[in-house]
Write a protein that binds this ligand. Sequence first.
Ligand SMILES: [Zn+2]
Ligand SMILES: [Zn+2]
Length: 116
Amino acid sequence: MNNRCKFWDCFENISPVHTFCGDHFEWVQTGDIDECPICKRGKFTKYPLCTDCDSKPAEVVNSDQTKLATIQLLSAVDDVILMVKSEASVWPEDKQKQLEHLEQMANQVRGELQAG
Ligand SMILES: [Zn+2]
Ligand SMILES: [Zn+2]
């Protein structure tokens, strides 16, 4: 089975154990590439979205400030979830539930953004 580089416009075939091709992996290491909050593919860190998502018709992703802010917030929430997840296993159950809820909300908002 072929695996493709996760970067949004890269179609490099790579080994199934890798996420990015050699070139793009280097950019990930240097922090120049992170994840697009909408499609979850790799994109350049300096842009809020990958060019693909950014250039979609207005009804899918418009330039509305609120939407952009939501996307940025979503990305921040994702970072927080990722950061605390490893230590959440020792949290009391109610706190874990809250984290779960946050994650569900983030996924829901992401779904709504994808649906436009
Ligand atoms: Zn690549
Ligand atoms: Zn994207």
